[in-house]
Ligand binder design. Sequence first.
Ligand SMILES: NC(=O)c1ccc[n+]([C@@H]2O[C@H](COP(=O)([O-])OP(=O)(O)OC[C@H]3O[C@@H](n4cnc5c(N)ncnc54)[C@H](OP(=O)(O)O)[C@@H]3O)[C@@H](O)[C@H]2O)c1
Length: 269
Amino acid sequence: MRQIYPTQGPELTPVPKARPGSPPAAVQEVADLYGTEAALDSAHGQPAGWLRANMVASADGAAWLNGRTGGLSGPADRMVFTILRSLSDLILVGAGTASAEHYRPAQADELWAQLRPPGAPVPAIAVVTANLSLDPDDQLLTGAAPGAQTIVITTASAPADRKAAVARHGRIIEAGQHRVDLVTAIAELRRLGYSGILTEGGPTLLGHLADAGLLDELCLTTSPMLADGSASRIVNSPSTATDGKTARLSLRHVLADESFLLSRYVREH
Ligand SMILES: NC(=O)c1ccc[n+]([C@@H]2O[C@H](COP(=O)([O-])OP(=O)(O)OC[C@H]3O[C@@H](n4cnc5c(N)ncnc54)[C@H](OP(=O)(O)O)[C@@H]3O)[C@@H](O)[C@H]2O)c1
């Protein structure tokens, strides 16, 4: 694995999983590439905020293979996945992803402890769901570490009994009356102190975040696969389809590992 844009970097061996102790030099080097922009943003003024997405797509643009992302991933993608989680205050996902990918609370031994922001050994998970279709006894809610309670972002009109069941273990944020209002939700997360937000998708949530102008950064792994079939693209944006709305991105770096490409884009304002 090496940086190929904007400059050629040294060859680094991917370290896909975290382990105890100091991160190896390769991990620190890659983490530095992903840390700068968010750190700059939060250096002044608050509540600072940075919302980045980390996604993987096949070479022909598919967001999943057989309903899951695992088949698109590789060692360098897993390395960046772990680094970005380690750098984040909160991981935001849609209910579709939480269910398809069997989300559970982040575990300290799956992160690089020395990359963590001060004060929190693990990032909390936040799930966006208007229907509140989560199982209130799922480990995602019941297994969260103290101080990293799972957050469920829903609407004011979601059924009260489901809210009460979820609130036994999770924290509820209400944002919007009938649809989840993501601008309100992100503002509330910032107010609670989560400035470095990482979204891991899926495509529907990313589409809504992009439409609301909330997405600052896209970290994209392009996987050397042709997926064919009917999989969604990584951003499934209702308004791109209807209004032709687009956002321009600026390329910050590209890493290459075997036939995988790992790009980091920042949205131009
Ligand atoms: N390629 C990648 O990097 C990547 C990353 C993540 C996931 N995936 C794949 O994507 C698939 C899931 O895709 P998806 O698009 O259905 O998942 P998603 O974006 O994670 O979830 C969509 C769901 O989020 C809830 N939601 C509520 N309010 C919303 C709002 N304002 N904006 C957006 N979502 C809101 C809705 O659930 P309720 O019905 O509960 O209200 C909605 O059905 C899985 O196959 C997964 O493996 C791929």
